[in-house]
Design a binder for this molecule. Structure first.
Ligand SMILES: *Cc1c(COP(=O)(O)O)cnc(C)c1O
Length: 248
């Protein structure tokens, strides 16, 4: 009998965990969508031109399913080992998977096979490998070039001056489709500094468009700063903790 009792309470724990997380994620997504709407209105933009990318790193497939049930279709992961089993388990859902983490060259084959977008590209060596590994039965892999917009010494991303040659080089890779630019601005409490970084990325995209490159994607803005990214033209905002909460 005690055994049975223990089982029941375990089941109840799991059940109440699911109910609590469900209403939490539902509520967070509702709030974020309202904030996207008002940031878009303030910038006189159509909110439908902004994709809410749910960053599901460190979160479970159950949590991803809950966000999916709320209509989220784009999910982002930054660790290949963590992402692959999730992608496999969720293969029956119509999810667009985005790779947003640093890329080691020995990981390019799996990334090219299992993802729809890669946001974190900053060197041609990775470009070449992704192009070579992209399976021919799949459409070209969508790419954002990551820009180190604040010229931080330790940070990933191309510097602004190196961007144009890399963009020009992208034309040699038919298995890739360059959509635009991505950035992670420097961490600061100074909201104006962050807004200025987003504007810089927007200006870079405009310069490339003026040169004739058909780019339309700005991947920028996270849970704390997406409203100012939307003001500067973000078309993909990457939200993790704002949807799933934070881990201890
Ligand atoms: C984790 C992560 C995010 C999401 O950050 P939150 O502050 O949790 O919204 C966005 N972009 C990248 C590249 C990340 O690694």
């Amino acid at each position: 009998m005690p055994k049975f009792k223990q089982k029941t309470s375990l089941w109840l724990d799991k059940f109440s965990y699911i109910i609590v997380s469900m209403s939490f994620i539902t509520e967070q997504i509702t709030q974020i969508r309202q904030q996207i709407q008002s940031a878009a209105n303030a910038a006189q933009r159509d909110p439908n031109t902004i994709t809410l990318l749910a960053v599901s790193k460190k979160h479970t497939v159950e949590e991803i399913k809950m966000a999916y049930a709320e209509g989220i279709r784009d999910f982002g992961e930054n660790q290949l080992q963590e992402a692959l089993p999730k992608i496999k388990q969720l293969a029956s859902l119509a999810i667009t998977w985005h790779f947003i983490g640093q890329i080691q060259s020995n990981k390019t084959q799996d990334i090219a096979k299992h993802f729809h977008w890669v946001h974190s590209i900053d060197r041609e060596k990775i470009v070449t490998r992704l192009n070579d590994h992209r399976p021919t039965h799949l459409p070209p892999l969508n790419i954002c070039l990551q820009v180190n917009i604040d010229n931080e010494p330790q940070k990933a991303g191309v510097h602004s001056e190196e961007l144009l040659p890399l963009v020009a080089a992208m034309e040699q890779y038919p298995r890739l489709c360059l959509g635009g630019l991505m950035t992670l601005p420097q961490q600061t409490m100074d909201r104006q500094a962050t807004a200025a970084s987003f504007s810089k990325l927007q200006t870079l995209l405009h310069h490339l468009q003026q040169r004739g490159y058909p780019l339309d994607t700005l991947s920028m803005g996270m849970s704390q700063d997406f409203a100012s990214a939307i003001a500067a033209g973000a078309t993909i905002i990457r939200i993790g903790s704002g949807i799933f909460g934070t881990h201890q």
